[in-house]
Design a protein around this ligand. Structure first.
Ligand code: ZN
Length: 141
C-alpha cells in the first residue's frame, strides 16, 4: 500500500496520543492494482472493557466515514489500530475478528507504541483463503 507522508504521520501521532489505550481509524482511498490511501479518519475506540488491548469501531462511525469518502470518490480500503507496548503485528484476536467478517484484501495497519513515545507501523492484508494476514509492503510517499 501507498500512503502520503502527512497521512502516515497522522496515524502515528494518533497512536502516541491515545497511549496507553488502543486507538483506531479508517483508511480511505482507492484499491486498484494496489491500495493507495488518500485520507485517514481517526475514530473513537468504543471498546469499554479492555481498551488497552482491544478496539472496536462502531457501525455508525463506519457508515459516517463511508459517506464522507463517497462524497470525495474514496472507498474504505483498510483500517488501523495501535498496540500499546505490544509488537506492531496482528494479534491472534485481530486474526479472529478479521476472519469473522468478509475482509479479503482489506489492509490492516498495526502501530506498536512503546511507552507512548516511539510509534512504529506495519501493514498487512487479510486473506480469506488462508484465514490469516499476509505482510504488505508499506510505502510512505
Ligand atoms: Zn490488534
Amino acid at each position: 500500500m501507498k500512503i502520503p507522508r502527512a497521512q502516515w504521520e497522522t496515524v502515528l501521532a494518533h497512536a502516541r496520543e491515545g497511549y496507553p489505550f488502543e486507538v483506531c481509524g479508517v483508511l480511505l482511498g482507492r484499491h486498484d492494482s494496489e491500495v493507495r490511501v488518500q485520507a485517514v479518519v481517526p475514530v473513537v475506540n468504543r471498546e469499554t472493557e479492555q481498551p488497552r488491548v482491544r478496539y472496536q469501531i462502531a457501525p455508525e462511525d463506519l457508515i459516517r466515514v463511508q459517506r464522507e469518502g463517497r462524497t470525495r470518490g474514496q472507498e474504505i480500503v483498510g483500517y488501523y489500530h495501535s498496540h500499546p507496548d505490544h509488537p506492531a503485528r496482528p494479534s491472534e484476536t485481530d486474526r479472529r475478528v478479521a476472519a469473522e467478517g468478509l475482509s479479503d484484501g482489506v489492509v490492516h495497519v498495526v502501530v506498536g507504541v512503546e511507552k507512548g513515545e516511539r510509534a512504529h507501523g506495519t501493514a498487512w492484508v487479510f486473506r480469506d483463503g488462508a484465514q490469516g494476514f499476509e505482510g504488505e509492503a508499506l510505502e510512505v510517499e
